[in-house]
Design a protein around this ligand. Structure first.
Ligand code: SF4
Length: 208
């Protein structure tokens, strides 16, 4: 077993905050050492917890549309890694899902990201991922000023939940200016040779 596979096995077996998770531990992420694009997201919802597949829900459909990629491209672990701030479903809060479990990122994030040496672009999806990478700040301002983050290979985005439909209507510059730049950044970061034709099922290392 390689060091990478051993790390994934360790993550899969994590029970560190299991007693605080209403549906129990089930880390959901997608990872391969060759990934060029990282989706730094929030935490799985109930549908993703049930399927074990990242973004297998309406939020994922919206995110793929924003990114301009097909499901096959999105789930190509050789190109795209998906590592949420909290790897397991955290339960409900008053208005929607609870924030990612605070135990998770300190335990796993640095080790997981250091196993991705070829990263070119990190999509900071939602305020939790943005605050972790950039410190406290206003999400709308960060998305509008996305170009300031590009030199460091980062691209701030809202979380693609149903609420983002209201947000995008209020901020038409997102579809007009931000999404074309996002799609261009993704094409530039994509592995040389373009689409490989492989799916997540071809990769033992994709964690379900
Ligand atoms: S949320 Fe993170 S720390 Fe908690 S059990 Fe899942 S993998 Fe472990």
């Amino acid at each position: 077993m390689t060091g990478f596979d051993a790390l994934l096995a360790e993550v899969r077996a994590c029970r560190a905050c299991g007693e605080k998770l209403p549906l129990g531990p089930r880390p959901v992420l997608q990872l391969s050492p060759t990934a060029r694009i990282l989706i730094a997201s929030q935490a799985p919802g109930t549908k993703v917890h049930a399927s074990g597949i990242p973004f297998s829900d309406p939020s994922g459909e919206r995110l793929r549309q924003w990114m301009g990629v097909s499901p096959a491209q999105f789930y190509d672990a050789t190109a795209i890694a998906i590592v949420p701030m909290g790897l397991c479903y955290p339960g409900r809060a008053k208005s929607g899902d609870a924030p990612p479990r605070p135990e998770c990122a300190p335990l796993w994030r640095e080790r997981l990201l250091s196993s991705l040496p070829d990263l070119r672009l990190t999509l900071l999806v939602g305020s939790h991922a943005q605050n972790h990478a950039l410190g406290p700040g206003a999400l709308t301002d960060r998305v509008r000023n996305f170009a300031a983050c590009l030199p460091a290979g980062r691209f701030p985005l809202p979380h693609p939940s149903w609420r983002s439909a209201l947000w995008t209507r209020k901020h038409p510059w997102f579809e007009q200016d931000v999404l074309p730049a996002l799609r261009l950044a993704i094409r530039r970061a994509w592995p040389e040779g373009g689409w490989s034709g492989q799916t997540r099922d071809d990769h033992q290392s994709a964690v379900r």
